[in-house]
Design a protein around this ligand. Structure first.
Ligand code: ADP
Ligand code: MG
Length: 321
């Protein structure tokens, strides 16, 4: 029997929304939109929505929900080399989100807007009959023409990432009752990486002029590297032996080798994935980044195990539909 036709997130965007996109939208193939700003600057725009029961749960600490909502957008700005300016917030809340909830939610925003140097610019507050939905649009700025894009990687570039890979996906597994063999400390580390991403804003700004292409890892390394390669018309090779892993992730892998797949394909890391020509290698050595592979001609993305043999992966990353 033929399967019912079902469009995934990216097919929906390509078919129904991309035809509407205008100048600055980067064909909806990048993390952000770019708009001419005041003399010598470009404005950078990113938006993300989170849904109760899907991206967060009613019992989650409201301050952390707020911080994650802001930070996933800041991560997109960071990956473009932009500095934050302000944000708009749309809150569709239910009756369960009472004054106490709002107080803690807004306190989370207060902490982070101060930490990251931005202000609230506006938004909308409405009532939802179903799940609560929160949407945030972040505005940033970058020197005109210098934003880092996804579509500009070239064969021969090296492939890098910031921070460590897979912690957030392992943290989610732990929250769901998995990874019982890990120590409490390791599990707490992984869960905090899932709950509270660290947008790499300082690093992103240092990559301007060094990186040839960049994006943040939100849907998983494999999926997002696939997007970067597709946008650039190139392929890539990733060496698993070089992947930056936290002590907790290494411990998890020692207990269960098959978690390598979770690490490669799992989402929510919010690290920066970027490419740079060999001429940038020396200057990059001073930054907290790890070379994980290289960009190749052709369109294939390959993952090599410790012996240099290709690995077959089942999941391609997180998809919303
Ligand atoms: P990210 O993971 O960086 O937040 P997404 O994968 O969510 O980016 O989105 C990819 C691109 O598609 C972005 O340019 C985004 O602005 C665009 N996009 C997603 N949904 C819509 C929509 N409903 N209308 C217009 N553009 C959209
Ligand atoms: Mg992104």
């Amino acid at each position: 029997m033929a399967k019912p036709r079902h469009l995934d997130e990216f097919q929906r965007i390509a078919r129904f929304f991309a035809p509407l996109a205008g100048r600055g939208a980067l064909r909806l193939e990048d993390d952000v939109a770019l708009i001419d700003g005041p003399a010598g600057t470009d404005y950078v725009l990113s938006t993300d929505a989170i849904v109760e029961g899907v991206h967060f749960f009613a019992a989650d600490p409201p301050g952390q929900i707020a911080q994650k909502l802001l930070r996933v957008n800041l991560s997109d700005l960071a990956a473009k080399g932009a500095a934050p300016v302000g944000y708009l917030l749309t809150a569709a809340l239910t009756d369960a989100d009472d004054e106490t909830w709002l107080k803690r939610f807004s306190a989370g925003l207060a902490l982070d807007q101060k930490r990251f140097g931005m202000v609230l610019l506006g938004g909308d507050t409405v009532r939802s009959n179903g799940a609560a939905i929160l949407s945030l649009t972040a505005l940033g700025k970058v020197a005109a023409g210098t934003a880092l894009l996804r579509g500009t990687a070239r064969a021969g570039d090296a492939l890098y990432m910031s921070g460590t890979l897979g912690d957030a996906a392992l943290g989610l597994k732990s929250l769901k009752g998995g990874l019982r063999t890990l120590t409490v400390r390791h599990r707490a580390h992984l869960v905090s990486r899932y709950r509270l991403p660290q947008p790499r804003l300082k690093l992103g700004r240092k990559l301007v002029g060094l990186a040839s292409a960049a994006m943040d890892i939100s849907d998983g390394l494999m999926a997002d590297l696939g997007h970067l390669c597709a946008a650039s018309g190139v392929g890539a090779t990733v060496e698993t032996a070089r992947l930056p892993l936290s002590a907790a992730a290494r411990a998890a892998l020692r207990h269960n080798r098959s978690l390598l797949e979770t690490i490669l394909a799992g989402g929510d890391d919010y690290e920066i994935l970027f490419t740079a020509p060999p001429s940038a290698r020396k200057r990059l050595a001073r930054l907290e980044v790890t070379e994980i592979g290289r960009i190749e001609a052709g369109g294939q993305v390959m993952v090599l195990d410790g012996d240099g043999a290709p690995i077959a992966l089942r999941q391609g990353g997180y998809h919303h539909f």
